[in-house]
Ligand binder design. Structure first.
Ligand SMILES: Cc1cc2nc3c(=O)[nH]c(=O)nc-3n(C[C@H](O)[C@H](O)[C@H](O)COP(=O)(O)OP(=O)(O)OC[C@H]3O[C@@H](n4cnc5c(N)ncnc54)[C@H](O)[C@@H]3O)c2cc1C
Length: 342
């Protein structure tokens, strides 16, 4: 039996893993996605400015650091595992169940599920998924990837407009298509797109993707249709980016056998120290709400430290309420050697 099960491997869950390790607890992390990083994996190209003490850099770089820190004490990590229930084994211990029938037991549980399992809305076109490994994108890895290419972006929200703006100076050409007559993005971005040579098609939707003559597994031609007249037209493209919003699943808290108190917006009604209404279950990050909460990565880290400290005290009531600061902590003595001057 592990000391802590952490549900969710986003910034909150990863920092909880690190801090629980610092407090001498053994940890298992369970996440529904195929990789760690949580929502940060959805915007790797964006620059993050508002994490205390971290100079502005891409979200991808910060995510790599957060993952490295979260894995420092070698937690067990179970990916592609959606947690469907949290149950009590006895008056003190817990069992976490997943959709594939696995069971994980632990002495405490930290819920770090953000606002649930988030996936970009997929393009509802037969066989579209076969291009996902090549040139059909739902998340932009790096802007450089699109240099000198013909890029078609589908979507009329802020993200689609931001991508069109960022790619227009790099790409050979950018075509923006959106279903409605208007875009929902910021006016200032829209004005910039008009000044640059972005080709915009309102009332337009993708209706077919065709493989290129050289590589059938890469999109070569996109067929578009006018949503009002049904008129069809085609573009030869190098890359296609879809920004149709996200779908979200947060059924864990609704369905869990334990009655974890939630708010109308489905977040956990918790306390500033990350406690929930159930002893032994703690929460951190976006899923936790209390009157002083701000929903930022920085506060996810702060919550996670509290959650790990409270879990430690739940398991070992005589342990100190807080951990040693890392600069004095003997747990890093060996690892520090690699950073000290030879
Ligand atoms: C486009 C965008 C830009 C942003 N920019 C910033 C910014 O500049 N600065 C900032 O501070 N914040 C920013 N944020 C917010 C920030 O990303 C979140 O506050 C942060 O990711 C919350 O971390 P978390 O670990 O609580 O949740 P998440 O990052 O959402 O991670 C939750 C994890 O739990 C997993 N999960 C959920 N349910 C289950 C389940 N039942 N079983 C197993 N696993 C489950 C999910 O798969 C996910 O990996 C931005 C968010 C978005 C969408």
């Amino acid at each position: 039996m592990k000391d802590v099960t952490i549900i969710g491997g986003g910034p909150a869950g990863l920092y909880a893993s690190f801090y629980a390790g610092l407090r001498g607890m053994d940890v298992q992390i369970i996440d529904a996605q195929p990789k760690l990083g949580g929502k940060m994996c959805l915007y790797p190209e964006k620059i993050i400015w508002d994490i205390g003490g971290v100079a502005p850099k891409t979200c991808y770089e910060i995510t790599q650091d957060v993952i490295q820190q979260g894995l420092h004490f070698n937690p067990d990590v179970h990916l592609n595992s959606k947690v469907t229930d949290i149950q009590k084994i006895d008056h003190q211990h817990f069992k976490v169940l997943t959709d594939s029938g696995q069971q994980f037991s632990s002495k405490s549980v930290i819920i770090a599920v953000g606002v649930g399992i988030i996936q970009p809305q997929r393009l509802q076109i037969c066989n579209a998924n076969r291009f996902e490994l090549t040139n059909l994108h739902y998340v932009i890895p790096q802007y450089e990837h699109f240099r000198d290419k013909v890029v078609l972006i589908s979507g009329g929200g802020n993200t689609a407009l931001d991508w069109a703006e960022a790619l227009s100076p790099i790409a050979k050409s950018v075509i923006l298509v959106y279903r409605n007559s208007d875009v929902k993005g910021h006016e200032a971005t829209w004005e910039k797109l008009n000044q640059r040579d972005v080709i915009c098609h309102a009332n337009t939707a993708i209706c077919a993707l065709e493989g290129s003559p050289e590589h059938s597994y890469r999109i070569g031609t996109v067929t578009l249709s006018d949503t009002q007249t049904n008129e069809r037209f085609r573009y030869n493209v190098d890359e296609v980016i879809i920004s149709h919003g996200f779908e979200r699943q947060l059924d864990l808290l609704k369905n869990a056998s334990l009655d974890i108190e939630t708010l109308p917006d489905e977040r956990i009604a918790g306390q500033g120290n990350s406690r929930t209404n159930i002893d032994g279950i703690f929460a951190c990050g976006d899923v936790l709400h209390h009157s002083a909460k701000v929903h930022l990565i920085t506060s996810a880290f702060s919550d996670a430290g509290h959650a790990a400290n409270c879990a430690k005290n739940y398991i070992a009531p005589d342990a100190p309420a807080e951990g040693h600061v890392s600069s004095h902590n003997p747990i890093f003595k060996q690892a520090n050697k690699q950073f000290l001057p030879k």
